[in-house]
Ligand binder design. Sequence first.
Ligand code: EPZ
Length: 429
Amino acid sequence: MEKYIIMGRNPLSGSVRISGSKNAVLPILAASILAQDGQTIIKDVPRLKDVQVMKEVLEFLGCEIEWSGTTMKVDASKVQSIEVSDFLMRKMRASNLVMGPLLARFGWAKLSYPGGCAIGSRPMDLHLKGLKAMGAKVEEKFGFIEAVAENGSLKGAEICLDFPSVGATENLMMAACLAQGETIISNAAKEPEIADLETFLNKMGAQISGAGTDLIRIKGVEKLIAVEHSIIPDRIEAGTFMVAGAITKGNIKLENIQVSHLEAVIAKLKEMDVKIIKEGKSLRVIGPETLRAVDIKTMPFPGFPTDMQPQMMALLSTAKGTSIISENIFENRFKHVDELRRMGANIKVEGRIAIIKGKDSGGLSGTFVNASDLRAGAALVLAGLAAQDATIVDSIYHIDRGYENFEQKLRVLGAKIIRVRETYKEWEK
Ligand code: EPZ
């Protein structure tokens, strides 16, 4: 498996351009199924493994797709399947986002249970409860979920989500676009990626309002058309690079970001004495000599994002003082703790609480570590940037799922990081 080798203690400097958002492009690609003819053109698409998987899912359903550079063109006029294979579903949980669009357009959808992953069981009960409220008959057996809309089309409904689930909000918004009547989703997730989905769907002719608040209204329409859309920047990639600047006592500039998507992360980093300066549309991040320990509670947007929790744990491991992180979104998102401990971090976990006794950055030392999931992998790279000597991060395919040209961007900022492609043929000689 491919690995990163990182030599730590290099203060980063220079500029980095943030790519389009993985968590915005995935639901928008799924929503392109709703265009019954024409070609949807999506710009600022990041070249990620997860986007490749979504492309395979759409092609499996019958879409014709061209992907060159950061532009993807999707023609969904020939979609004839309503079933996603188990093999594809297991590759990426977000494949479940095609359920709403398939039900809306064809009145039928069948997919296997998306696999759980390293951070939790990740059920779909909230998605299915909402679809049932809209008149879908849902059967779950033999590891498959099959949903059929009575008389071929869904009906508007009032849905209150038990938890502001991002995926459930997105699936239900897409399902409601072609339903008969109005759907109201309360306790909806407010993430910026949901507002981007609303913008895209309304361009297609949908009638949605309220995305970004906890009450979203969707008036069903007859037809949606193919349109052009540019993806918002990736706020989690931006946060990850902000931590890279802070953990290396560096001075870096981030371009192509939306500051309003990063308020909670910026506030926490400032509490840690990281200097963050707006320069036009860009943001400059300057890491201090000594970082201050802080407490973090992950919450739904606009609270502190769970997708930045592992990266912040790496940073807090090098701060002065004791920090407490409570992970309130996923039940099992501390897989990176053991690996950070191998690098000398002093972290104790009690259920969903992690207590980090920070050492100054001298406290971390390089060793072999293993990425368990996307953001845990990013956290280990960040720790490697601050650690003494070399850190080898294995299973970096996890990182390729969500970070475009990660090592190239870090190298431009002065990081000493290389990707090692281990070809077993060399072992056979
Ligand atoms: C989205 O996942 C993101 N993925 C995740 O980012 C992110 O961590 C998560 O939202 C929370 O912000 C994409 O957008 C592709 P949820 P999603 O439904 O939609 C529980 C990354 O690193 N839940 O908001 O799957 C669930 O188990 C990824 O980029 C139910 O119980 O997240 C979890 O504990 C990781 N029943 C919590 O809600 C349901 O039906 C939040 O899940 C749905 C969710």
